[in-house]
Ligand binder design. Structure first.
Ligand code: TRP
Length: 454
């Protein structure tokens, strides 16, 4: 089964070496695992909470998209998109807002810290605080829940937000009486390095101590490295690698043998200037080819735009299906169905013959089944299974309440059913788009009735 891993990157600022080692590189490595279905997106709605400078927002989105692509993110493998391209996210934000306890948001660290600062300085408690900052955790919950992500890799400062997303998901599931949402789990990468910045504190934009990843080219990378603070030991004096920022950064790029060699060089008394040059050269081995790719990408923003739009299309396939179910669940339903819905959604189903599964063996002896509507219309044909039990389990899964992880994705004149990203069944290939849409609507209705009946 596929694990859906989702994370957001707030688009303010320009990526630095610490972002690369601490977030970008591990996320790209993780996205290459066979059983992972990765959703990585640019949290540009969140960026608006932090910055009201349009030029900065625009620039940062472009730089961050180009950085991730240059660093090796494969948009064929990863669903890579902009939050603001997914209208289902703000739509879901509202549905979640209406079940979120205000008291919980009062306790959010970022909001509380802003209030505390105001109180300390004798200001009105909410001076200068936008409702955007206050609602930040709900928007973030929508980012995660819109795709029913299982795992959310984030930094420690984000743990509370994931806990809130779980809380909100649980409340919604409880109030509307079904497992609509998977409860997401936080994923903290323990062994990922935190890089020290120029002054030895954690590399961070807020300390103004960063080393740029691509911006300014090799020249600025080298200049920044030359500014890293060291102690005053002269060339020839032995240096302590374990208290040296240079060594920590070097180790984050180098293999074991290279690291040992650098350690010996420091202990053997290499001058700081020379050590910095070694560090620069080692980083360049990794960064130079990516930088070349980065510059090519930045020069063609229209190509990046195309990649992100395609990502949004893929992402929306999943989110629209879920939002349809959620709208129905909260009572935002088509009025055309109101007469039959009046006595509850199940009443409709009981009038028609119920849909059913028909199992069979194909020419190759493999086990398959069809999902047939009450009137016998074929809605789905499953993938073949070597083991009849696997086919049975899948039928059971489709009948499970909640329908979590089940997505119907339209593709050409047909639609594919995926569970946790894995293709499990396909509709017939319809003659035209209108026929397909009617049939897909019917299929979604059937799946939803499975998902909401008990
Ligand atoms: N708040 C996150 C951060 O600042 C970014 C983010 C927004 C995010 N939406 C998300 C992370 C959803 C994970 C999942 O780092």
């Amino acid at each position: 089964m596929h694990t859906r891993v989702l994370t957001g990157i707030t688009t303010t600022g320009t990526p630095h070496l610490g972002n690369y080692v601490g977030a970008i590189r591990p996320a790209i490595v993780a996205s290459c695992q066979a059983n992972v279905d990765a959703f990585y997106f640019m949290a540009d709605y969140h960026a608006l909470i932090k910055s009201d400078d349009p030029a900065r927002i625009e620039r940062s989105r472009l730089e961050i998209a180009a950085t991730w692509l240059a660093a090796g993110l494969d948009p064929q493998k990863v669903t890579f998109y902009r939050q603001s391209d997914i209208p289902e996210i703000p739509e879901l934000t509202w549905l979640l807002t209406c079940v979120t306890a205000k008291g919980m948001l009062n306790r959010a660290h970022a909001y509380k810290a802003a209030v505390d600062r105001n109180v300390e300085t004798g200001e009105d408690a909410d001076a200068g605080i936008t409702a955007g900052l206050y609602m930040y955790p709900v928007l973030m919950a929508a980012d995660i829940l819109a795709f029913n992500a299982h795992k959310v890799p984030v930094g420690r400062d984000q743990i509370q937000h994931i806990e809130m997303a779980r809380d909100i998901a649980q409340r919604f599931n409880h109030i509307y009486g079904s497992e609509f949402f998977v409860l997401p789990e936080v994923l903290i990468e323990e062994q990922v390095a935190t890089l020290p910045g120029l002054d030895g504190r954690k590399m961070s934009k807020s300390y103004d101590n960063t080393i740029p990843l691509f911006a300014g080219g090799a020249k600025q990378l080298r200049e920044a490295i030359m500014r890293i603070v060291t102690d005053s030991r002269a060339p020839g004096e032995p240096k302590d690698p374990d208290s040296s920022s240079l060594f920590t950064i070097f180790r984050a790029f180098a293999n074991e043998a290279e690291t040992q060699a650098f350690r010996s060089a420091l202990e053997g008394g290499i001058g700081w200037g020379e050590a910095k040059q070694m560090l620069f050269e080692r980083i360049e081995v990794d960064v130079a080819p990516m930088r070349e790719h980065y510059e090519a990408l930045i020069a063609k923003p229209a190509d990046i735009e195309d990649i992100l739009r395609e990502g949004a299309r893929k992402a929306r396939d999943t989110a629209t299906t879920l939002l349809l179910t959620l709208r129905e669940a909260v009572g935002l339903r088509s009025m055309a169905k109101a007469a039959t819905h009046a006595s509850g959604p199940v009443a409709t189903a009981s009038k028609e013959k119920p849909p059913r599964f028909a199992s069979f063996r194909d020419e190759d002896g493999r086990f398959r089944f069809r999902l047939l509507a009450g009137d016998g219309e074929e809605l789905l044909l499953s993938e073949p299974f070597a083991d009849p039990k696997a086919a049975g389990l899948l039928q059971k899964r489709l009948r499970e309440p909640g329908g979590a992880g089940v997505a119907v994705e339209v593709e050409g004149q047909l639609a594919r059913l995926r569970i946790d990203g894995e293709l499990v069944a396909t509709t017939p290939d319809y003659a035209d788009t209108a026929t397909r849409d009617t049939a897909v609507e019917r299929l979604r209705g059937v799946l939803q009735r499975f998902a909401t009946s008990d």
